[in-house]
Write a new protein. Structure first.
Length: 318
């Protein structure tokens, strides 16, 4: 119910107003410009911290999607730590800045942790994940004003369509910035994705870099068994995209390299897409090589085992 509207007896309206601590955080970043680039070693440590955050978030509420989140950690660290041009404080319009759109919104834990660790909002707010009145819902939304989130992405298949509209809008505005998107491989079973792929090539939207998280797993099993994508590289090329592929999607330096290479392919009259091979559940041995942890949280013992594998000498856990 919208804030300010009269409530029925015995009910309480969600409070989406910014807290005092959040306002102090915003004020402290009011004059902060483009993020400071981190070293490779700093980013490697950060990927481990983000993985710890992911597991802590889903464990606390016994719900969420750790598998895909763990598999995409290097992508997010590379994008926000080295590749993408953005400024803080966050603004929805983001004029003359690169934009990112998460299409497979169920991997929100890695998205939220990344945003917090790169100073979009306080790290302490991660503790509210999936709780009542939280801005950090299971799938990202915009109406609560969470910094870094520009679209709601609960329904799969819609992110590319939105991003293409933004990319064309940037061209009309004379804005030379880029638009980045991320999609799950299982998400490609949605027909809207292929309509958007066709549109992008036909309209020569060449200021977009899309990435497919190709981990071969989805909620019901392997993508090969549920609905095979066949020769994805050939299909994407047939749809008119410049297609790049990286087999080591959990190697931070390799991910940075493929994203930087993709940037050199923009502006040539064709949209650019990366097939990024990752491992679902990467970093936690019992979560890897299976779809079982697509949407299941670890118990206390499993969390402790995972933290031992994701060791940091001085963890900055919230």
């Amino acid at each position: 119910m919208t804030k300010g509207k009269k409530q029925k007896s015995g009910t309480q309206a969600p409070d989406f107003s910014i807290s005092v601590s959040q306002q102090k955080f915003v004020n402290s970043h009011a004059n902060k410009s483009k993020r400071m680039s981190k070293s490779i070693e700093e980013l490697k440590s950060l990927t481990t911290q983000i993985r710890r955050d992911i597991l802590r978030m889903v464990h606390a509420v016994n719900s969420g999607h750790p598998g895909g989140s763990l598999g995409c950690t290097e992508y997010f660290a590379a994008l926000y730590g080295k590749v993408m041009n953005y400024k803080l404080p966050f603004t929805m319009e983001g004029k003359n800045e690169d934009h990112f759109y998460l299409s497979n919104g169920h991997i929100s834990p890695v998205f939220y942790s990344t945003l917090a660790r790169f100073d979009f909002f306080p790290v302490a707010e991660l503790s509210t994940f999936r709780k009542l009145n939280s801005r950090l819902q299971g799938h990202p939304t915009t109406h609560e004003g969470l910094e870094g989130v520009r679209i709601a992405s609960g329904s799969l298949g819609q992110g590319l369509s939105v991003a293409l509209g933004v990319a064309q809008g940037k061209k009309l505005d004379g804005d030379n910035s880029l638009v980045y998107t991320l999609h799950g491989d299982g998400e490609l079973q949605e027909g809207q994705v292929w309509e958007a792929l066709m549109y992008a090539a036909a309209k020569k939207v060449d200021n977009i870099i899309s990435t497919i998280d190709f981990n071969g797993q989805q909620i019901d099993g392997s993508t090969e068994n549920v609905l095979s994508l066949g020769n994805l590289h050939a299909k994407l090329e047939a749809f008119g995209w410049t297609v790049l592929e990286e087999k080591n999607g959990n190697d931070l330096e390799a991910v940075i390299g493929i994203l930087e290479r993709a940037k050199t392919e923009t502006g040539k009259g064709k949209p650019v897409i990366i097939i990024l091979h990752t491992e679902m559940g990467n970093g936690v041995d019992y979560m890897m090589g299976t779809h079982a942890w697509h949407g299941k949280a670890p118990n206390d013992e499993q969390l402790d085992t995972a933290f031992k594998q994701l060791y940091l000498e001085a963890p900055a856990d919230y």
